[in-house]
Design a protein around this ligand. Sequence first.
Ligand code: NAG
Ligand code: NAG
Ligand code: NAG
Ligand code: NAG
Ligand code: NAG
Length: 356
Amino acid sequence: MKALAFLLAIYVDFAATAYVIRRKPSLSDLSFNGRQAVVLNDRFKSFNTSTPCTNGETACIGGSFGLCVHGRFSVARCPTTTSCFALPLTDSIGTSVACTTERDMIARIEATGVSVSDIHDPQTSPLLDPRVFSPNSLDDGQSDYPEVGQSPSRTSPNNFINWCLTVNKPLTAGRQLKNGSCSPTPMGDIPAFTNMPSSKFQSPLNNAEIAANTTFVVTLAVAHLETGHFVNASSNFYSAPQEVGAGGDIKGHSHVVIEKLASMTQTTPTDPTKFVFFKGLNLAGDVLSAEVTNGLDEGVYRIASVMTAANHQPVLSPVAQHGSADDMIYISVKAVTTIPAMEGNGTPNNCSSIPT
Ligand SMILES: *[C@@H]1O[C@H](CO)[C@@H](O)[C@H](O)[C@H]1NC(C)=O
Ligand SMILES: *[C@@H]1O[C@H](CO)[C@@H](O)[C@H](O)[C@H]1NC(C)=O
Ligand SMILES: *[C@@H]1O[C@H](CO)[C@@H](O)[C@H](O)[C@H]1NC(C)=O
Ligand SMILES: *[C@@H]1O[C@H](CO)[C@@H](O)[C@H](O)[C@H]1NC(C)=O
Ligand SMILES: *[C@@H]1O[C@H](CO)[C@@H](O)[C@H](O)[C@H]1NC(C)=O
């Protein structure tokens, strides 16, 4: 009985320290707690005394009660006829870990309206699995001496999974909604520092002068982008996280966009709603190309790459400070001069020569 008293004391002191939110639970909170308990009991099956933990964390380890002390689980055997289980709380949002009978565990979970036999697959579960809870999202980043002008970050106890409810806009839901939308998709797999994507135009060259109204091909060399990955842009826009391939590079594709400038020395920002050419570079390869059929009219232009992941979101790098993933070059497009045929020579006019 002494052991049980010890366990009950732990139960009170440390019960589910990580995930408890103190407010009166509603019916949906209780079902949340029930589901969370199912998830945890499933998760505990893979726990042993070598599982890394944070001090004060409780878990079940091989049916015994585990309390994390100095970064390792210290295990206390449950009284006979009982075993260790995660249980739904009834007075707060969260779960506790305690020794009880299996029958009691099932009764407590089923009292929340959740069936323990629900097979927990994290990829189909509507719940946040505690293993992907991002604890830093509880910290607004403002130390005692924040950088001047630095804003407190928004914080969330559930990875912002329902955040779009706070945005008065439709869900993006795979669509390109011109009036704006809210995307609930997580950002996803971020590559290593050594695999940050980059690109450079190979043709035209920066400052090139090319002939007006004449077909030309834009070629773009890309590094550290696993090209050839693009999804349906009308049904799956932003609808899945960024992914990294076996080689460590982001799976995605690039684009070419050409905007007309007022002059080479234009200093006003361009209008992103206006461009003269846009093409997805969807094929796989280290050098991607797009034909600008019939070319461009006279003027000066900016040609840019737009490197994206497969679901068309901009590529995400692991650090804030890095070189640009995109390239930008500036070209002049000039009218072709007609060189008169030389007397008696018979050489045809060379219509591809451009005045300099
Ligand atoms: C503990 O679990 C880990 C991961 O499942 C496993 O690699 C390790 O061998 C286990 N250790 C013991 C002592 O069972
Ligand atoms: C987008 O917003 C404009 C201006 O408010 C409105 O006229 C238009 O109907 C909206 N379009 C859609 C698809 O909601
Ligand atoms: C993209 O998805 C939409 C909506 O499901 C569908 O109508 C369209 O045919 C698809 N386009 C392609 C190219 O698969
Ligand atoms: C290029 O083509 C456009 C559209 O046909 C035409 O208006 C323009 O005058 C042409 N420019 C040159 C330099 O030939
Ligand atoms: C026309 O000019 C281009 C570029 O300078 C050159 O490569 C080509 O040989 C010339 N063609 C003729 C027929 O002179």
